[in-house]
Ligand binder design. Structure first.
Ligand SMILES: *[C@@H]1O[C@H](CO)[C@@H](O)[C@H](O)[C@H]1NC(C)=O
Length: 617
């Protein structure tokens, strides 16, 4: 999920589309993107602090851990969009790929370098000054003229000498804009290496649910399907708190009614990327906390967000937490996604004493741009450690991939292939307190695992790539994963199939990466032409055979638990399937794709959505 993506979601009328396109109006190829790394910001740019410079027409947002500051088109966080569609904020700069594969920008003529003990994607030096630093990978050479030296080699946060008054990008005018980027929270504070887990009754598994127009009957279907899949509840992504958005309040009412009388619980996840007014959240929330199906931990109302980490602790506290307690008598259990807090997760609990825990959104997928890459759990491990050291909890994200195809710079892919089972292994290994699956129904980013409803995507182009691509086959591996996680399993080998017979899922794209339209998709280079599978076996002794165009492209000796692979060799044609054979070579289960693979798209959509099919016996 990204800021711009939200502009297109869920039963909205058109003004947001209009504002999204207004944002795209560009001056001299300035666009949302990574900042320039320079200790002295060139004219036409403003310092974001920390050595980053953004074009003066854009808004600075502080760097996340191992990244650089992002330059956003509006005063809403956009780092997710930049990670999904990597470029420099000014096309005159060169794009480099540095520490952790993250992008950053240098003036032409300088060399991008990084230091793997640091916490920044990279910096820019004159070629004679590379020294012992690691040279980053040049991705794109900018159109600007070459410079040969940096103004100074130190990374001070001096303001640019060009004085561009208060309209510069770092000024904040609403509650959702960035906090000053200069606060250097060096977290040497705690010497305790506490491994204590939170006291709360935890191990809840939730699915992120995009609240949109729907019927009461559809709400019942969603709740029942999620209960059947083993979820504890939905995190209800709510991007409006206006009572006049009755599509929103109706949908919330339907969902709370559908869950009433069950063990399935709901909590609100405020989508702060929409600029929600912090001081109005408590009053809105109180209505839903009062409902029977609201989720409580130790008597406290569980509340989450998508972003909001650039809003200060005192604003959250004074305008939200204290009113909740004093006006509405609600004790909050606040577990937001503050991935947009500068340096996240380092120091996030020092900066926000109000937190009961944190959730991370972006770590669900690799940030990679131009190469296939495995997902990392570094951010999760650190967030978990910080949380537990603070006596708080960590909610870890699990997702399949991202594919979005909405034009206007919103065409992107994020791996993908075997990301979903890889993350399952990381979760079992790290043992977070909660898990949130991204998502139940986000057709726009294609990572849904349940139904999405026609009214929810009405007025968008999402149906063009999501309709007819059912993803419920993934639930066949998610359900046993949830069971294993709840029972304390720490390894994939401890995930067991429900009825002692193999279960699993097959997924592949129906278009080869060599299709001529592919280059329209950001990060297309990171994709593989592969048939992906995850199969959960009750014992050793099985064989998993993988076919494309009816040719055997892989054969694997299965072991007890969850087996997965991304098998290269996806071919044009039909006959995309997997078979599970027992030790006597009998086929005991198979999954066969319902869609052929093509070399070229025959429509205007370059559809990289996955065909997803569960095993049947
Ligand atoms: C991802 O991890 C698998 C092993 O789990 C390895 O075989 C593969 O090469 C890795 N891919 C990349 C791009 O590093």
């Amino acid at each position: 999920m990204t800021v711009l993506s939200k502009a297109l979601l869920w039963g909205l009328s058109t003004p947001l589309l209009a504002s999204a396109s207004a944002i795209r109006q560009q001056r001299r190829s300035v666009q949302q993107g990574w900042s320039l790394q320079s200790s002295s910001c060139p004219s036409g740019t403003d310092s974001c602090g920390g050595g980053g410079c953004c074009p003066s027409s854009l808004y600075c947002f502080a760097a996340l851990n191992d990244e650089v500051a992002s330059c956003c088109a509006s005063d809403s966080v956009c780092v997710g969009a930049i990670e999904g569609s990597v470029n420099c904020a000014d096309s005159s700069w060169s794009l480099w790929k540095g520490f952790q594969g993250n992008g950053f920008c240098c003036e032409v003529g300088l060399v991008g370098v990084y230091d793997s003990s640091g916490s920044v994607a990279g910096t820019c030096v004159a070629s004679e000054s590379v020294g012992s630093s690691t040279t980053a990978v040049l991705m794109t050479t900018g159109t600007g003229s070459a410079v040969t030296s940096t103004a100074t080699t130190t990374t001070s946060t001096t303001k640019p000498t060009t004085t561009t008054t208060t309209t510069g990008p770092t000024t904040t005018t609403t509650s959702t804009t960035t906090a000053p980027t200069t606060s250097t929270t060096t977290t040497t504070s705690s010497t305790t290496t506490s491994t204590s887990t939170a006291s709360a009754s935890t191990r809840g598994v939730f699915a992120h649910y995009m609240v949109g127009s729907m019927t009461a009957a559809e709400a019942v279907t969603d709740v029942n399907d999620a209960i059947a899949a083993g979820f504890d509840g939905f995190a209800l992504n709510t991007h409006t708190i206006s009572s006049s958005d009755t599509w929103n309040t109706n949908a919330l009412d339907y969902l709370f009614e559908a869950a009433a009388g069950t063990d399935f619980k709901l909590f609100i996840s405020f989508d702060m990327s929409w600029g929600l007014d912090v001081s109005s959240l408590a009053g809105f929330l109180a209505t839903y906390v009062a409902k029977e199906a609201y989720y409580f931990v130790d008597g406290k109302a569980f509340i989450s967000t998508y972003t909001g980490g650039t809003i200060s602790n005192s604003e959250w506290d004074n305008d939200f937490i204290i009113p909740l307690q004093e006006t509405y008598d609600i004790t909050p259990y606040f577990v937001p996604n503050f991935g947009d807090y500068s340096g996240y997760p380092t120091g996030v609990f020092d900066a926000f004493p109000i937190l009961s825990g944190v959730f991370t959104w972006e770590s669900a997928w690799p940030y990679s741009g131009n190469t296939p890459e495995n997902v990392s759990d570094t951010v999760d491990a650190e967030a978990l450690a910080e949380a537990h050291a603070a006596g708080a909890v960590y909610m870890m994200p699990l997702s399949s991939f991202q594919f979005k195809y909405l034009g206007s710079g919103q065409d992107w892919y994020r791996i993908g292939e075997d990301n979903l089972p890889q993350r399952m292994g990381q979760i079992l290994n790290l043992q977070p307190d909660f898990v949130e699956v991204l998502t139940w129904n986000d057709a726009g980013e294609s990572h849904y695992v349940g139904d999405f409803w026609a009214e929810q995507i009405a007025g968008t182009d999402e149906g063009a790539y999501a309709d007819g691509f059912d993803h419920k086959g993934w639930l066949q591996i998610i359900t046993p994963f949830i069971d294993a996680y709840k029972s304390g399993a720490t390894e994939l080998s401890q995930i067991t199939p429900p009825d002692s017979t193999p279960v699993g899922t097959l997924w592949y794209r129906t278009l080869l990466t060599t299709a001529s339209c592919s280059s329209s998709i950001s990060n297309y280079e990171s994709a593989l032409d592969a048939v992906n599978f995850a199969v959960i076996l009750p014992s050793d002794g099985y064989t998993i055979n993988v076919y494309s165009n009816s040719e055997l492209i892989g054969s694997y000796a299965g072991v007890t638990g969850l087996n997965y692979n991304s098998v290269p060799g996806l071919q044009v044609g039909s006959g995309q399937y997997i078979q599970v054979l027992d030790s006597a070579s009998n086929v005991v289960a198979s999954a066969t794709g319902t869609k052929d693979v093509a070399a070229e798209s025959t429509s205007s959509v370059c559809n990289w959505n996955y065909e997803v099919v569960g095993l049947s016996s």
